[in-house]
Design a protein. Structure first.
Lengths: 484, 175
């Protein structure tokens, strides 16, 4: 039993019962795919084709197909890698950190956000593997003795740390997500009519029956997975940032990078969650589960992390001057006023200025504006990585080797292609898997739904005048010895 | 071998919780309770002991940490020492990230596998359930009957008195 203040906005609206939750969320799994879904999938599949073509060109002809040159030897590949990994972080933040903080509103969005994490990491992983040039030798990153001698991998290299961080992150997220899916697969299985559906969801549900002991262990496992995923998600982008920070390139060699990258990752991740959720809630008619309140809360997180990122940009600039290191100073002046000024100022506008609009309640609760804002932030965060990588490299210590970078058609194809890959996976997930964690929403339904015993809209309205005169209705079976 | 069960179907978690307490107080042994979501407080009511999974998790983590440290120290410090950036062969600070990641890796996967094993979760072709509504919106209390099924009427009364919306008898093949 739980106690929830009667002043809280309900997390699930529409007076849903437990059965309604099952009905609403299983609906799109059981229904025939609708036209909008098919149309979206065909667009995604087209871009998936672009991806395969670009991969073929890259692998067959080598990375000379990309726009890289001797000076700028990391550009779109690593930009896209960092961008995708960053996007993934919001999913883990929602599923793990908000679980530890007992933020019940996460229940409606954690499933899709975790799916987003997994698909984003898959997209991210494409780039480091492809930029090796000979991806069939990718297993060399693992600590296996090589066939030519007894050399092992170099554990002093942040690039190797990255291999461990990303693989751990991917597999842990996958397991966490799947364990959460098991009870919901069981719900679908027990409703399934056709033999194929019953067979598939029986297999997927791992024989889950919902017995008390299984639930007890399930909760223990979720809590511990959340506990280990929390430092894990922070470590992943920390290590990604160390790919840059441990080098001696001016503009990369800064101690501020780990927290700055983690904040940026959560920032861009929440933007992507918002983009996806705003579409999903409309397409699958889940407005009662993903309410305006959810959107406003995600907006707030986006604004906070966006502001942290803004402070980091300013700090970087200040330190470049304060350190009095000539090269560091030049790297930053060049960023803001050099040939890539437009990338820098796009980043500043998209990431620092526009999210501040969220201070306005009207913007926070507006679906249209939030959608636009989330896209702008995603663009801004892509530019952030581009600015960090390309502007730091393109003018090195030797002015005769200064160069500019322009992407080739294959670079662009790979980027758009991973978007296709991501949306293909997400659309398949949204059709065949429950997009909302039914079991978890049911847990909170009784006490935080708007038909629950504790929510009192009248008390809510009267709050401003008589804060002490109301509480839960006397008949409500609410106990206060609640430990969770 | 088949077994008979009396199934009390409940509509509300709080009613179920009180019913569990009362049924146990009446000296009836509850076989299991099936619910669509975790009911808080049911562990105590059913007398389920606290899971020892966290202890297992700790030891999995410890294994991961030890393995990672051993691996890095052995590979770069003992088997093929190399000077990298003028640093000592065994430069522990540089080994921290991989050690941390493998700790998490072992904890997570070790615990997930343990959870699947002890709970008996693995892909199956067919899943026989007591009542299909237990994964939807009903809370199902199952009580095992003896071969004659003679206590069924007494249990029906007991469950009804404690708020069960319906009581059914179900035969399950032992699995």
């Amino acid at each position: 039993m739980q106690h929830v203040s009667s002043l809280r906005e309900p997390l699930v609206t529409g007076g849903k019962t437990l059965h309604d939750v099952t009905q609403d969320i299983c609906y799109q799994v059981e229904a025939k795919p609708n036209l909008r879904w098919m149309a979206a999938l065909s667009v995604a599949l087209f871009f998936l084709g672009v991806f395969f073509y670009s991969v073929y060109r890259t692998v067959w002809y080598g990375i000379g197909e990309w726009g890289l040159n001797k000076t700028v030897n990391w550009a779109w590949d690593i930009t896209n890698f960092v961008w995708w990994v960053g996007i993934g972080h919001a999913g883990t933040l929602i599923s793990a950190v908000l679980l530890l903080f007992r933020q019940k509103w996460r229940s409606s969005i954690n499933r899709a956000a975790e799916a987003m994490t997994i698909f984003a990491v898959i997209c991210a992983a494409m780039f480091p593997v492809l930029h090796m040039g000979r991806p069939w030798l990718a297993f060399w990153v693992f600590p296996l003795q090589n066939t030519f001698g007894s050399l092992w991998a170099n554990f002093n290299s942040p690039l190797l740390w990255d291999v461990f961080a990303i693989s751990t992150y991917f597999t842990v997220s996958l397991v966490f997500w799947y364990i959460g899916l098991i009870p919901d697969f069981a719900s679908i299985r027990d409703r399934a009519k056709g033999p194929i559906a019953r067979f598939s969801y029986s297999m997927l549900s791992f024989g889950w029956k919902g017995s008390a002991k299984a639930w007890s262990r399930y909760e223990t496992v979720s809590l511990i997975l959340a506990g280990v995923s929390t430092p894990l998600v922070l470590s992943v982008h920390t290590i990604v940032s160390m790919d840059f920070a441990t080098s001696v390139v001016p503009g990369w060699h800064t101690t501020i990078f780990p927290p700055y990258f983690v904040a940026g990752a959560i920032f861009s991740g929440f933007a992507m969650v918002l983009t996806l959720m705003l579409i999903t809630r409309v397409v699958f008619r889940l407005e009662d589960y993903i309410t305006l309140e959810h959107i406003a809360l995600m907006n707030k997180i986006m604004m906070v992390t966006g502001s942290i990122v803004g402070v980091a940009y300013i700090t970087e600039f200040f330190i470049a001057w304060y350190s009095q290191v000539e090269f560091e100073g030049y790297a930053f002046i060049n960023r803001a006023t050099g040939p890539y000024w437009w990338a820098y100022w796009s980043m500043m506008t998209c990431n620092v200025i526009t999210p501040q609009l969220v201070w306005l309640r009207r913007v926070r609760y507006s679906i249209g504006l939030t959608f636009v804002l989330s896209i702008i932030v995603n663009i801004g965060m892509w530019f952030e990585r581009f600015v960090i990588i390309v502007t730091s490299l393109h003018r090195d210590y030797l002015p005769s080797s200064w160069a500019m970078f322009s992407p080739s058609i294959i670079d662009i194809g790979l980027y758009l292609g991973t978007l296709g890959l991501f949306f293909t996976l997400f659309l398949l997930f949204a059709k065949f898997f429950p997009v909302i964690n039914m079991a978890e929403v049911k847990t909170i339904l009784k006490y935080t739904g708007d038909n629950g015993p504790t929510y009192n809209p009248k008390a809510h309205a009267a709050h401003a005048h008589h804060p002490a005169t109301h509480g839960a209705p006397a008949s409500a079976p609410v106990t206060h010895n609640q430990h969770d | 071998m088949t077994k008979q069960y009396a199934l009390g179907i409940f509509d509300d978690e709080d009613v179920l919780l009180h019913a569990v307490e009362n049924v146990r107080a009446a000296g009836v042994k509850i076989y299991d309770v099936f619910s669509p979501y975790p009911v808080h407080g049911i562990d105590d009511a059913l007398g389920i002991e606290r899971s020892r999974l966290p202890i297992a998790a700790f030891f999995f983590g410890l294994t991961g940490l030890s393995f990672a440290l051993w691996m890095q120290i052995y590979m770069l410090g003992v088997d093929w020492p190399m000077i990298i950036g003028g640093k000592p062969h065994i430069s522990l600070p540089a080994f921290v990230p991989v050690a941390f990641e493998l700790t998490v890796f072992f904890t997570c996967h070790g615990m997930a596998l343990t959870f699947f094993t002890i709970t008996g979760l693995y892909p199956r072709f067919k899943v026989p359930v007591m009542d299909v509504r237990a994964t939807d919106d009903k809370f199902v209390m199952a009580i095992e009957l003896d071969e004659t099924g003679s206590q069924y009427s007494r249990l029906t009364q007991l469950l009804r008195d404690n708020g069960a919306s319906e009581v059914n008898q179900k035969e399950m093949t032992n699995n």
